[in-house]
Design a protein around this ligand. Structure first.
Ligand code: URA
Length: 205
């Protein structure tokens, strides 16, 4: 492993055959908010970046709505190679890739991890999770010697099949941003507007 990127891995024979490249996490190594998805799909496999297809558009829209820039967050997956026919990653594949995810979360040590969907939620919480009812729940987990704060979310793709999940998804991202102390663009704009207040201090006396 070279830093946060996996540059070569042949632990899962099936995935070595189905991938065209390893899709590593993207975003700053000091991000306070980390999103963890399931595994790359066809678009991600082609571009070498997580969440760049339709699910990525849903994620981007939610981030925009909440006022968080994609540049300030990190996005990664439980499994870094595209499973054939977009099937869910198998238990063995999840466990083969777990060391990379744990290393990434340990180095970044974000304030909040958002698990996008059932697979990452169950993988990190190590129990069954009914994501549609648990969405928005905050859970503290232990990975090795470390403790991390997780917010459970529905997968962005779920909002494409069932519009009723859209509000749940956006509200979860909003809670996550607030819990992580990630300042929204709106807050920044408001702060800029109230910049006169701090200048008042300068001109006091
Ligand atoms: N779905 C995921 O879970 N991860 C991606 O990177 C893209 C879609």
């Amino acid at each position: 492993m070279d830093g946060l990127d996996v540059t070569a891995c042949k632990r899962c024979q099936n995935l070595v055959e189905s991938r065209s490249q390893i899709v590593n996490g993207v975003g700053p190594a000091d991000a306070e908010l980390v999103f963890v998805g399931e595994a790359p799909g066809a678009n991600e496999d082609e571009h070498g970046e997580p969440f760049v297809g339709r699910s990525g558009d849903v994620l981007d829209d939610a981030l925009n709505e909440v006022g968080v820039s994609r540049d300030t967050i990190r996005i990664t997956n439980c499994v870094r190679c595209r499973p054939p026919e977009n099937r869910n990653p198998k238990t063995e594949e999840l466990s083969n890739c777990r060391r990379y995810l744990e290393h990434e979360l340990s180095v970044i040590d974000p304030a909040v991890i958002v698990t996008l969907g059932k697979v990452p939620s169950e993988h990190l919480l190590d129990r069954q999770v009914a994501v549609t009812t648990a969405a928005g729940d905050v859970v503290d987990i232990r990975l090795g010697d470390e403790s991390h704060r997780v917010i459970i979310s529905v997968h962005p793709a779920a909002t494409l099949y069932d519009q009723s999940h859209s509000d749940t998804f956006v509200n979860t991202i909003k809670s996550a941003a607030s819990l992580a102390g990630v300042q929204s663009d709106t807050d920044s704009a408001n702060n800029a507007e109230s910049g006169g207040q701090s200048r008042l201090g300068e001109y006091e006396d």
